[in-house]
Write a protein that binds this ligand. Sequence first.
Ligand code: HEM
Length: 136
Amino acid sequence: MWSENLAYALSQVMHNFGAAAVLGGAVFILWPAFRLEYSRRFAWLILIAWGTQIASGGLFGAISLYYYGETPDLSAVALTALVVKVLAATVGFLLSAFYLIRGQEWGRASVKHTFQILAALGVAALTAAAFLRWFS
Ligand code: HEM
């Protein structure tokens, strides 16, 4: 029980800091004024943060499988919320990677738009997290 709680708690630490960096990183670039000069450094942070969410989200499932031999039974609302999170994390990871690979040729408006999309994906994932938590 102790080891199970510790495993969940450590995964949750990763997951919470990843969530903070996903949204906080995108908001920092956009607000109070768009800061193009930091955009690549922050795109790296956001890429790693989305990757952290995918890895720690997967760890939650792996821990359940290890201790119970199955993943939790989710309600329709919770399952929808989980799908939203997985989609947001996948698109967020791919978009930040795409920006890092190709974005050097993009104009200021396109880069700003990219970070707006990344911020919106963060908002969607964090909103879905609340529904996953309370409709499980
Ligand atoms: C592959 C993607 C993801 C998976 C598989 C996943 C899975 C999970 C799971 C299983 C939980 C525990 C739910 C519970 O306590 O009942 C959780 C909690 C949480 N997730 Fe995710 N997640 C993913 C992505 C994200 C993303 C992208 C964010 C935010 C940017 C996020 C934010 C949170 C937060 C804040 C919690 C804590 C909710 C609470 O206890 O109130 N997750 N996630």
